[in-house]
Design a protein around this ligand. Sequence first.
Ligand code: SF4
Length: 362
Amino acid sequence: MTWQEEFKRNITSAEALREVLPMTDEEYRLIHEEAERFPMAISRYYCSLIDPADPDDPIRRMAVPSSTGSSLEGLLDTSGEHSNTILPGIQHKYRQTTLVLVATQCAMYCRYCFRRRFVGMDEDPTAKVQDLIGYLHEHPEITNCLLSGGDAFLQDTKKLESWLEPLSREPQLDFIRLGTRTPVTFPIRITSDPSLPELLGRIGEKKQLYVVTHFNHPKEFTDEAYKALRMLQEKRVVIKNQTVLLKGVNADPDTLAELLRKVTAAGIVQHYIFQCRPVVGATNYFQVPIIEGSRIVNAANAMQNGLGKCADYTMSHVTGKIRILGQTDNGEMLFQYKQAKDPSRIGQFFTKRLSPDEKWLN
Ligand code: SF4
């Protein structure tokens, strides 16, 4: 079976989900209602990782709409993406980087997704390659592009090539990043289609490629996931991981520590542990208070070797990427701008006294 055929078998309705996961009538009604608001898609593979006997299964929590995740509290654009969009689908927030939306679909719609305002919806906010190339030429300060979405691998290989081929010829770019969660949620995209690793290998001869993926729980490291990762690594693609700290999924030191160890053992470079954004539907269900999150991350890091603790606990804020460093002796939280929309802030430290339940900097 091709990945496209398998993709069509995704579970996208409460009816289809009920055939594979036990649920009460009330749960069925709520899943149906919530999936009307923000689309549901769960690949058969990712669904098979759920323990049907465990209502609190972490994979289930990330993938299946729930009543407590249906709160409309929160925002749809938490990082100011709208104001950073300079051409359709092209964002320029940080001096050296452009973020480019190249796809609107994902193999699984994470229930905490910060782009849920458009992923899986009819709206098409994707960019055009000629717009991107023109913008790059006007902005020689840009040294890398992040192709994201949606999921950059959820387009056919020819379409992906139409992005990578011209970008690989741009001397101003040091490297290209590709944002994809397919190694985690849909590894068949990589393992069943040799044209994809072949393309990445060919482009990689001209321009270094980074795949930024998104493992959140140790259960996601399956034989299929390892196989997909290896196929990318064999093509000299550097894989980085960003994790979101999620209540009920990985927000305890032991689970997070095990995840970080598995990431390192798979030859993946640690990138970020993100504070979950205050997205509509995620604030109460997934967000962990900052003080508690900092304790969890520091405790998990204490169980790592040097490579395992390279991920910064970070808030992707409207003003920039803010590292959450920990609590000072007087009880204030210490932060530092790792990246900032206003370059004069980069590197700046600041402190703030937070209440134990504060989950974001407003
Ligand atoms: S893979 Fe990324 S873009 Fe897709 S639903 Fe999950 S968080 Fe959103």
